[in-house]
Design a binder for this molecule. Sequence first.
Ligand SMILES: NC(=O)c1ccc[n+]([C@@H]2O[C@H](COP(=O)([O-])OP(=O)(O)OC[C@H]3O[C@@H](n4cnc5c(N)ncnc54)[C@H](OP(=O)(O)O)[C@@H]3O)[C@@H](O)[C@H]2O)c1
Length: 257
Amino acid sequence: MKRLQDKVVVITGGGSGIGAATATLFAQEGAKVLVVGRTAEKLRKTVQAINNENVSYSVADVSKVEDTQRYVADAVERYGGIDVLVSNAGFEGSFKPITEYTVEEFDEVMAINVRGSWLAIKHTFPELQKRGGGSVIITASIMGLSALGGNSAYVTAKHAAVGLMRTMALEGAPLRIRVNAVCPGFIDNDMMATIHSKIAPGGEALVQGSLSGRVPLKRYGTSEEVARLNLFLASSDSSYITGSAYTVDGGTSGSLM
Ligand SMILES: NC(=O)c1ccc[n+]([C@@H]2O[C@H](COP(=O)([O-])OP(=O)(O)OC[C@H]3O[C@@H](n4cnc5c(N)ncnc54)[C@H](OP(=O)(O)O)[C@@H]3O)[C@@H](O)[C@H]2O)c1
């Protein structure tokens, strides 16, 4: 028996990286999957690569109320309900001291990472409740548990994501809805590539080498390694787990070196 047979899953940020890897794995495990993001081309590529009639996409900006209502309605119309939400869309923002950060930059990071997850849960909870419960996974970050100077908006946003997860686990428990957070470390995909060039334009390889050296396992993780943790948290294998933040970081957050 597949681990997510006939479960309906909504994955925001599903057009690339962790979201696309999660959609791929979940479809292999029997799920019906709606991937959500702003760029139709990326979403189309993800859906085509998975090549499964039970996977489709919805173009939406997770920071907007109407877009959120639309992608939730799309999932319900196409697949009959929602069992699992992976609130994964995220944006890293700028790397500079707070004195140089603009309010607009701060607001954009908060709108995507925090309001986006808050809205996703607000509009998905009633659907999960109709199915008698379900699982919500928020992609936070090790930056939601510890800090890196120079990235104040993202660190603040990911700490907020962990706080949101904890309070929603309490509201979800009587409804049999489990809510957990996944906290990746450095993952080898588009977001880290963007971060390398923001930190040191032209010196991307040096940044990656230096950051990899700080990981006890001495390498970046892959999106697929995060997807496997998502599968555990989405499936009944984690039936007694709620209100928890799981690191998938090669040991980074537990190390002083
Ligand atoms: N990569 C890492 O090292 C790392 C580490 C820790 C945590 N994370 C977190 O992991 C999550 C997934 O990121 P990733 O690593 O897979 O990087 P990614 O490939 O950059 O994925 C981010 C996804 O979010 C989507 N997105 C951004 N803003 C959106 C919006 N307003 N509405 C809808 N979708 C939006 C993007 O698509 P569009 O731009 O097309 O909308 C993109 O597909 C994020 O929450 C990120 O913060 C990543």
